[in-house]
Write a protein that binds this ligand. Structure first.
Ligand SMILES: Cc1ncc(COP(=O)(O)O)c(C=O)c1O
Length: 394
């Protein structure tokens, strides 16, 4: 239901089942492998590492857990600062806090909506200093534990400058690739660009397990550490012995079975997302006041959620009014996230810039983007948006 109680008939983004999910689930039940070990878990991990281009993958209960463990494996310690984008879902910042660290929120580049590399460089070079051999935030004194670029909405962050800065200051790079499985940066898949990355398979992601996540890395040592931490740091084949405080963050075989089935159709999913993006791009060219999300020339974006900017003057309604208009017609949309530097949940965290993020928050709206979006549904969304626009009022 929408906020006004109207039934949502065209949701923002829902799972897309393509055929083998049922038989694979039946196999779990028939073989009794339903819990946190089993052949689908291993198969899913192998499929994902092969696809992303890393040598290791460790399945987790969700993407937030994957990010949390990726940060711990990267050596982030309580009291550290982790430098990330202010335009992201709150889980990115929460994972940093779960690791006992504090985020530093960097504004985004209006040309990509991803972390602004020049602001990042300015922060590291001008606002930080080396103290006892460690790069520290000059204002808070916190050690910089990692850089955490987020590839939002299916578009990669501009990674070369991020990786150059990481090398310059000897910092690990943890990618939040949860929204951008399949996206490429200069021809290489996200998730294999930094030192370690997190993926998410929740219900609205490109592929879903119902809920789930994965850490991908080409470090055998870090992968081993992540696996150890997912399983309560169990350190003996027979005895219940545990060598540190850890977590139960494993994915079940049932969830992995769905994930394997979903991965088999990943190319069809990506093609569907690109078709949906083409549809909205054309619509934006027709309707004054709507601008389609950018795509940099070095980016192979996958358009996980097709998102537009609404110019209230030219369109005739602002972003929230358009949301309400569409909701009354059963069409689900969502504004972009409140920038993290404004979130009460992360009050006290340092921010660098923020004006671009605030503008995106005021004007950005994600439109129905399910892989299974039908032609009839596209026509209905198009008619409703045209009806909402100034053009129809004129
Ligand atoms: C940018 C970002 N980071 C992290 C997450 C966390 O993933 P999950 O919901 O699987 O915990 C999500 C998705 O929900 C996300 O969009």
């Amino acid at each position: 239901m929408s906020s006004k109680g109207q039934a949502v008939t065209i949701p923002l983004c829902v799972p897309w089942m393509t055929g083998t999910e049922g038989p694979y689930l039946a196999e779990c039940v028939d073989t009794n492998w339903v819990s946190s070990a089993g052949p689908f878990v291993t198969r899913f991990e192998t499929m994902m590492a092969d696809y992303v281009g890393t040598t290791h993958a460790v399945a987790t209960v969700n993407g937030t857990a994957a990010l949390h463990l990726a940060l711990l494996a990267a050596g982030v310690r309580p009291g550290d600062a982790v430098v990330t984008s202010t335009v992201t879902f709150v889980a990115t910042a929460n994972a940093i806090r779960h690791a006992g660290a504090w985020p530093v929120f960097i504004d985004v580049d209006p040309a990509t909506w991803q972390i602004d590399p020049s602001l990042l460089a300015g922060f590291l070079r001008r606002d930080c200093a080396v103290v006892d051999g460690r790069l520290c935030d000059g204002q808070t004194g916190r050690r910089i534990g990692a850089l955490l670029p987020v590839h939002i909405l299916g578009h990669p962050a501009d990674m070369d400058p991020v990786l150059d800065l990481a090398r310059e200051f000897a910092l690990p790079v943890v990618e939040d690739a949860t929204e951008s499985l399949g996206a490429t940066y200069k021809g290489r898949r996200v998730g294999a660009l930094g030192d370690i990355a997190a993926l998410s398979f929740n219900g609205n992601k490109l592929i879903t397990c119902g809920g789930g996540g994965m850490v991908v890395t080409s470090s055998a040592e870090w992968a081993e550490r992540v696996r150890h931490l997912t399983t309560q740091a169990h350190c003996h084949p027979v005895e219940s012995l545990h060598d540190e405080v850890a977590f139960n963050y494993r994915l079940t075989n049932v969830q992995a079975a769905i994930g394997c089935a979903q991965m088999e159709a990943i190319e069809a999913r990506l093609a569907a997302k690109r078709r949906i993006a083409d549809f909205y791009r054309t619509l934006c060219a027709e309707v004054p006041g709507l601008t389609f999300m950018p795509q940099a020339n070095w980016a192979g974006a996958v358009f996980w959620l097709s998102t537009v900017l609404v110019d209230p003057k030219a369109f005739g309604r602002d972003c929230r009014q358009l949301l309400a208009f569409l909701a009354e017609r059963g069409i689900g949309t969502r504004p972009l996230w409140q920038p993290m530097h404004l979130s009460p949940a992360h009050r006290g965290a340092r921010a660098v810039g923020g004006g671009v993020a605030e503008d995106l928050y005021a004007r950005g709206l994600s439109l129905p983007s399910s892989c299974g979006l039908t032609e009839e549904e596209k026509i209905a969304v198009r008619s409703a948006i045209v009806a909402a626009s100034a053009r129809s009022a004129a």
